[in-house]
Design a protein around this ligand. Structure first.
Ligand code: HEM
Length: 217
């Protein structure tokens, strides 16, 4: 077993496995673009960042229209993305061992063995949080947009929409860091869909065993 993830990737073999197909990557891309647009327009509306909103979209009226349009894009692309990722996002017994060791992220020597399948327990938590957040944001957002609820419920929905939105943005910032800077090589899974054999050996040991058993590696 190679000592650290970056050591493994530096010594990387030429053998690659497709982790995400073209449709999943496209959905993830549309979802992430719409998420960024919604985060900027949503925060501009909530905090009255009129200067930024007018600079980017011409007027605050346009900021609202863009937010409403991308609400649909996020809901549709997100719904399909979460459906596509569902099979690999259910928890397995070894995921609890990963959680007990916090994925080895707190070990400065990077030698902790944390078992993970195609995706690790942290990614599964991000998935389930995202799915629930998408449902809450869609229900509250469309109710506000189409005036579907009473005045009192509207005030509550506004607070829920804001709090869940801010929490989701925080999770996505962590997700961005883990998928890029913290774990070199990961980003390719969502660019060309491929990860190397040595990457899988270090990051997804249970999936590696499965691929070996099936003769794929
Ligand atoms: C901001 C830029 C983003 C980057 C660079 C990025 C990158 C990635 C990468 C590389 C993966 C595959 C990880 C792996 O299989 O090991 C992934 C998976 C995923 N992404 Fe993103 N992503 C971004 C934004 C988002 C956003 C905005 C969402 C949803 C709001 C999202 C939701 C997901 C989900 C649910 C998965 C599957 C679970 C996981 O692997 O964590 N991503 N992303």
């Amino acid at each position: 077993m190679l000592a650290t993830a970056s050591e493994a990737i530096r010594k990387g073999t030429k053998r690659y496995v497709e982790k995400y197909g073209a449709l999943t990557r496209l959905l993830h891309f549309i979802h992430l673009i719409s998420f960024i647009v919604l985060a900027i327009t949503g925060l501009s509306l909530a905090y009255k960042w009129n200067g930024l909103g007018e600079f980017l979209f011409g007027s605050m009226k346009n900021v609202k229209s863009v937010h409403e349009f991308f609400g649909w894009v996020l809901t549709i692309s997100g719904g399909l993305l979460f459906l596509k990722l569902l099979p690999e996002s259910t928890f397995k017994p070894y995921d609890f061992k990963w959680l007990a060791k916090l994925g080895g992220y707190l070990d400065p020597t990077h030698k902790t063995h944390a078992p993970a399948g195609r995706v690790n327990a942290g990614q599964k938590i991000f998935y389930w949080f995202g799915l629930i957040a998408l449902i809450v944001m869609a229900v509250t957002g469309f109710s506000l947009m189409y005036d579907l609820v009473s005045k009192d419920l509207r005030a509550l929905f506004l607070v829920v929409h804001f709090v869940v939105g801010v929490l989701w943005i925080s999770f996505v910032i962590i997700h961005f860091y883990l998928a890029t800077i913290a774990n070199p090589g990961t980003i390719w899974a969502m660019i060309n869909g491929k990860v190397s054999e040595d990457y899988i050996k270090v990051h997804n040991p249970e999936w590696y065993k499965e691929l070996k058993e099936k003769g794929i590696l």
